[in-house]
Design a protein around this ligand. Structure first.
Ligand code: NAD
Length: 358
């Protein structure tokens, strides 16, 4: 059965990085006769301009009909002043929740060739390979009630609700342990159970899930300590599992350990491994349209797509080897450029990867 891939460019550098990632998919599709089918849709600012909505119904229909979605990034100054209910970023939250994409996988891998691009000392980060599993459709970003209300004394008060159900905690725990079993068999669950009841429940349930994985080792860490340990001794981690907000922050922090956010892919999966694949970074309006963006995070997201949604792990390995190969050749976009290497643009980097694959 052929797989359907939906391609969404998005805003800012989105079209440039997606063009390079699409080249990679098409080369592999031809090389291995994979029979993939492609479709296109709009999300974010581009969709607001065309339809008035950040997540048009047509995009939802196409997303539901696809096996995997490859997406660039949304947002930019052009839409900063639009009504907050239809901001580009709302489109992204809406597609994640409408498709039930509850498991966000963010690997932070330091390629040995880029050890000098990290802000930490080589001995602290070389060989780094962490997988952050972030719960994506619950927690404080979605909890109700929420809003800004006026108190009796006329003062305004902002409020949000941090809520997790047992079923939500159990399913993300299971994803983390299943993935850990294919790697270093270590899961560190990050919470704030000394202060927040919701994460007290989180910790208790992670202990329960761990009983089904006797070969795996579970540890618990408070989020403030986890933030510190990530820069002090990041190689102690294998898989980190955490809630939506803590995962949002810790995964960006882990990103910097690898040198550039331009190197970090992500996958957001539902219960059946259908997924949305996107780079961890945003739409980088400061460099959009200048052929400066690093396309490797998006190309590595394609590798995750082959591995997790299309069940073609060997094709994923091929892409990762090709990325490593172009780094060995000395090619660097400006975000990962250090002295002595060859500066290339978005397009040239994409061409170098496809040349390796051919
Ligand atoms: P950003 O990730 O877009 O940019 C941060 C910095 O990193 C910038 O200096 C940018 O030039 C650089 N950068 C990002 N990606 C790069 C790449 N591939 N190659 C080289 N350099 C890269 O974050 P921001 O500036 O905070 O946000 C810009 C816009 O993106 C905002 O509208 C924000 O809401 C949106 N955003 C979208 C997503 C998403 O679509 N998933 C995520 C984060 C931010």
């Amino acid at each position: 059965m052929s797989h359907k891939v939906l391609i969404i460019n998005g805003d800012g550098i989105g079209p440039e990085i997606i063009e390079e990632a699409t080249k990679v998919i098409k080369v592999l599709n031809d090389k291995h006769s994979l029979g993939l089918e492609f479709d296109q849709a709009m999300l974010g600012g581009e969709a607001i301009d065309a339809t008035g909505k950040p997540f048009p119904d047509e995009t939802l229909e196409k997303a539901l009909a696809s096996d995997a979605i490859l997406f660039g990034s949304v947002g930019g100054p052009k839409w900063d002043k639009v009504d907050s209910a239809i901001r580009p970023e709302k489109g992204l939250l809406a597609i994640r929740s409408s498709l039930g994409l509850f498991a966000n996988l963010r690997p932070a891998i330091l390629y040995p060739q880029l050890v000098d691009a990290s802000s930490l000392r080589p001995e602290v980060v070389s060989g780094l390979d962490i997988l952050i599993v972030r719960e994506l459709t619950g927690g404080i970003y979605f909890g109700q009630p929420r809003g800004i209300r006026i108190l009796e004394n006329g003062e305004r008060e902002g409020f949000n609700s941090y809520v997790y159900r047992e079923s939500e905690i159990n399913r993300i725990g299971k994803v983390a342990f299943d993935l850990a079993m294919k790697r270093g068999k270590k899961v560190c669950s990050v919470d704030k159970s000394n202060v927040l009841e919701v994460t007290e429940l989180w910790r208790e349930l992670m202990d329960e899930v761990a009983k089904d994985y006797p070969e795996a080792e579970l540890s618990h860490m408070y989020v403030d300590n986890a933030a510190m340990q990530l820069v002090r001794e990041p190689k102690q981690f294998d898989v980190i599992v955490t809630g939506n907000m803590f995962g949002d922050i810790l995964s960006d922090q882990a990103a910097m350990l690898t040198g550039s956010i331009g190197m970090l892919p992500s996958a957001s999966l539902d219960e059946n491994s259908k997924g949305l694949y996107e780079p961890c970074h945003g739409s980088a309006p400061d460099i959009a349209g200048q052929n400066k963006a690093n396309p490797l995070a998006t190309i590595l997201s394609v590798a995750m797509m082959f591995r997790y949604s299309l069940d073609l792990g060997e094709v994923a390995d091929e892409i990762e080897r090709a990325v490593s190969g172009v780094l060995d050749q000395g090619y660097r976009t400006v975000d990962i450029l250090t002295q002595g290497y060859i500066e290339v643009g978005t397009k040239e980097m994409g061409d170098a990867v496809t040349a390796q694959l051919k």
